[in-house]
Write a protein that binds this ligand. Structure first.
Ligand SMILES: *[C@@H]1O[C@H](CO)[C@@H](O)[C@H](O)[C@H]1NC(C)=O
Ligand SMILES: *[C@@H]1O[C@H](CO)[C@@H](O)[C@H](O)[C@H]1NC(C)=O
Ligand SMILES: *[C@@H]1O[C@H](CO)[C@@H](O)[C@H](O)[C@H]1NC(C)=O
Ligand SMILES: [Zn+2]
Length: 518
């Protein structure tokens, strides 16, 4: 496998970490009530040493177990209060460190069923403290600083003429250094990433950049991987940009002030991986993941405490069975900064290791309060072959349980992206983030039309009350089904094709993580 098991070496460390946080490393009972006992009863009915059975594994998934873990995770998120003033599990925070300890010690607590390892990697994380953009005598309300933007010089306002960049601003020749030097670049969105535009504007000597939308609405983007030439960069709605573009095109002068106070740091953070140990086929790996981190704004119990916990619970119940194909669980870090952990993981796989991963299943946001049962619309003609079969497994399960489902775009917003860009079939399910539930969906799933699927998405209120346990249990059972199905056999599932170079999938994808990159 090429990956080093550190399970034995660090058992002591994990246990001491657990006791310091007073974390219960035992999986049962969690609820401390009748429901939890019921779980143990079920468990004793399972004959040890038997190959996993989907129905039996599903039957061991209980809402009380999930909720007890959610409460634990919320307590852990409070470790972030000292630094952030509220609960959070953002990378670099004590809340995230506590989350990692919790996941690690929980899986270590499952004894020799799993080989557990950490994968540390450098993650770029940024924070914008204050920003302001003035165009002529207007303060556009849609101006929004890009994530991971550097500050303006000396974190002070800069002043200059607004200069229109030619074409799409994707070629150095679109940037007239004579005009842009010391001034503020106005660049149309599209064709290449925001990061590239900011970099090219910086190389031409601009002191700040504004990327305006070709659509009417606001652009909330990220610059992605920092470069040394990038400059302070805002997104602006097409609506608010229009009068200024007109003036500039008529040769009129527009003066502008830009101000961003921000930091961009590189910190070390950690993915945690656990693979079933003992006798399973490590050349045909069933892989699944959720993300261990939250945004800085809140505790992230639905996003993605829910998926992280579903994985922990499935990993826990899976110890009662044997598997044919090895199952590899991943808890990614840095998802909210742009899928950093999963990207890193895939980027350092050797071609041989890559080809052993038969598929990757993404489980991010499993219990949105105003949920829809969403299936990523992965297709074999656009994604690595096998992605569609996985999609159909989810559909079949919802249909067999007489539950409705909808399709959502498989558009790069979560940790599957690095996998499908590198030739590994992928897919997953979700329950909805900041999208608005339609009337039709309210008829299909209940809940409230016109509201977000998760009204607390990326906010402080994403706490234990922000999960619908019914949906969460349903989806965790489906996760159990996906794991059991492929842990038993990949018969009929397409063989792996070759590892592909990332670029062939990367072209038209606008998202990489929850922020637009292009
Ligand atoms: C892995 O990471 C966890 C969480 O940070 C930590 O408690 C544990 O000691 C680490 N283990 C190793 C082997 O580094
Ligand atoms: C599925 O959706 C239909 C409406 O399209 C609705 O009548 C039905 O009750 C829904 N089923 C469930 C289980 O919610
Ligand atoms: C969760 O969803 C189910 C099904 O729509 C609904 O009956 C229940 O009231 C919801 N629970 C909460 C706490 O909102
Ligand atoms: Zn998420």
């Amino acid at each position: 496998m090429g990956l080093i098991s550190k399970r034995l070496v660090c058992a002591a460390a994990a246990l001491s970490g657990a006791s310091a946080l007073n974390i219960d490393t035992q999986q049962q009972p969690l609820g401390g009530d009748g429901q939890a006992r019921l779980v143990s009863d079920d468990a004793s009915a399972i004959v040890k040493g038997k190959t996993v059975d989907s129905e039996k594994l599903q039957s061991l998934i209980k809402g009380d177990n999930l909720l007890a873990r959610a409460e634990k995770l919320y307590e852990i998120s409070k470790l972030g209060e000292d630094e952030y003033g509220h609960p959070t599990r953002v990378i670099g925070s004590a809340g995230h460190a506590g989350t990692l300890d919790y996941i690690y010690s929980s899986v270590m607590g499952l004894g020799d069923h799993y080989t557990v390892w950490n994968q540390s990697f450098p993650a770029v994380s940024g924070n914008v403290f204050e920003s302001r953009l003035v165009l002529g005598d207007t303060v556009p309300s849609s101006a929004s600083p890009m994530s991971l933007t550097p500050p303006t010089k000396d974190k002070e306002p800069v002043h200059g003429d607004l200069v229109l960049v030619a074409n799409d601003g994707c070629d150095p020749s679109d940037y007239d250094a004579e005009k842009l030097g010391g001034n503020i670049a106005m660049v149309l969105r599209g064709k290449c990433s925001f990061g590239t535009k900011s970099d090219l504007a910086g190389k031409a000597g601009a002191v700040a950049a504004v990327v305006y939308n070709y659509e009417k609405d606001v652009v909330h983007g990220t610059l992605g991987t920092p470069t040394s030439d990038q400059i302070a960069t805002f997104g602006l709605s097409g609506d608010e940009a229009e009068p200024f573009i007109k003036k500039l095109e008529e040769g009129k002068r527009v003066d502008a002030i830009a101000y961003i106070d921000s930091v961009v740091n590189v910190i070390d953070t950690t993915n945690i991986l656990a693979q079933t140990a003992g006798g399973c086929d490590a050349d045909n790996v069933v892989m699944l993941g959720g993300h261990s981190d939250s945004v800085p704004e809140g505790p992230g119990i639905n996003d993605d405490g829910s998926g992280s916990i579903s994985l922990l619970e499935v990993a826990t119940q899976l110890t009662k069975f044997e598997v044919n194909n090895c199952v590899r669980f991943a808890w990614w870090a840095g998802e909210e900064e742009g899928l950093l952990g999963s990207d890193y993981y895939v980027s350092v796989l050797t071609p041989e290791e890559n080809k052993k991963i038969r598929l990757f299943m993404d489980y991010d946001m499993m219990g949105s309060p105003n949920f829809a049962y969403q299936v990523y619309d992965a297709r074999d003609d656009a994604n690595p072959v096998g992605s569609q079969e996985l999609r159909d497994l989810y559909i079949d399960w919802y249909e067999a349980h007489e539950l409705n489902h909808t399709f959502i775009p498989f558009d790069g917003r979560s940790d599957y992206d690095g996998f499908i860009r590198n030739g590994i079939p992928g897919g997953g399910i979700a329950t909805g983030a900041e999208g608005i539930k339609t009337e039709k969906e309210a008829a299909m799933f209940g809940g409230k039309a016109g509201d977000w699927y998760d009204p607390c998405y990326h906010q402080l209120c994403d706490d234990v009350g922000n999960v619908n346990v019914t949906a969460w249990v349903v989806n965790t059972r489906l996760i159990a089904h996906s794991v059991a199905t492929y842990a038993i056999s990949f018969e009929g599932f397409p063989e792996r094709t070759d590892v592909v170079a990332e670029s062939s999938y990367a072209e038209e994808v606008k998202y990489h993580g929850h922020k637009l990159v292009l």
